[in-house]
Design a protein around this ligand. Sequence first.
Ligand SMILES: C[S@@+](CC[C@H](N)C(=O)[O-])C[C@H]1O[C@@H](n2cnc3c(N)ncnc32)[C@H](O)[C@@H]1O
Length: 291
Amino acid sequence: MNHNILAQQYDQIHDSPKPFVKWAGGKRQLLSELDKHIPNTFGTYFEPFLGGGAMLFHMLEKNQKQACVVSDLNSDLVLSYVTIRDKVSELISCLKKHEKKYYEDSSSYYYSVRDSEPKSQVEKTARLIFLNRTCFNGLYRVNSKGKFNVPLGRYTNPNIVNEDNLNSVSHTLQSKKISISCRDFTSVSKLAQENDFVYFDPPYQPVSKTANFTSYTNKDFNIKDLKRLFEICLELDAKGCHVLLSNSHSPEVQKMFSKKPWKTIEIAANRAINSNSKKRTGHLELLIKNY
Ligand SMILES: C[S@@+](CC[C@H](N)C(=O)[O-])C[C@H]1O[C@@H](n2cnc3c(N)ncnc32)[C@H](O)[C@@H]1O
């Protein structure tokens, strides 16, 4: 049985919401490891590099009433969360139309949607989900002009409309205790208070020149951004927040967080985004925390 079918069956038998997009650096496979590092008690949960939201949905599965403040700089992605929350029925109808046309002629339909620039909130979100489900490797990548540039994937039966999960995500996000915004990660330093829990999962520092995948938005996440992130971590630590950070096993990151109060934990992970499946074998990543 291939992974696609297994993933679909998994989605269908679980009512709790799961990521509605496959996202580069998604943390679904690492949740059991991350779970060991969630503080026992804390106030609000902050996630300023939300991506596909694997950790957010995990937190909400543990406690549906958890207060959460989540954000990401990718405006198309944030719009998708808001559309699923507010207009899920319209979105499902629009996705069903995409599905029907895709099965008539997958290649020409895929590229016509990729070239399109819909204006409405529902159509923009349906386009993002449709492309994510049908593109090569299910990844989101844009060029320097911010245009999605991934070719068609080779799927025989992609699950374009996962209706149960979209309804479940919509229901969960309607909680008044969840806020979703599009903004740079630095805003968290003004918002988080003593005892809050902040999980940072930024685009990773490349471990080699060829291993660079940072194109979630039309701006790369470079060493200056990593330094800004380190400063924010220090500010949050001084405020008494619990800070947890994921990153690659890179010397820059290790050096930056080498002093107290930071503790570094090495964890084994699988790199999901690599066109060569033989290179998707285990490698080490870092978890860094101040508690
Ligand atoms: C490694 S991914 C997060 C993956 C997520 N944890 C998951 O499970 O899917 C990093 C995210 O950071 C976002 N991002 C990049 N630069 C950012 C910035 N300056 N501020 C906030 N978010 C940013 C990207 O759009 C991307 O979604």
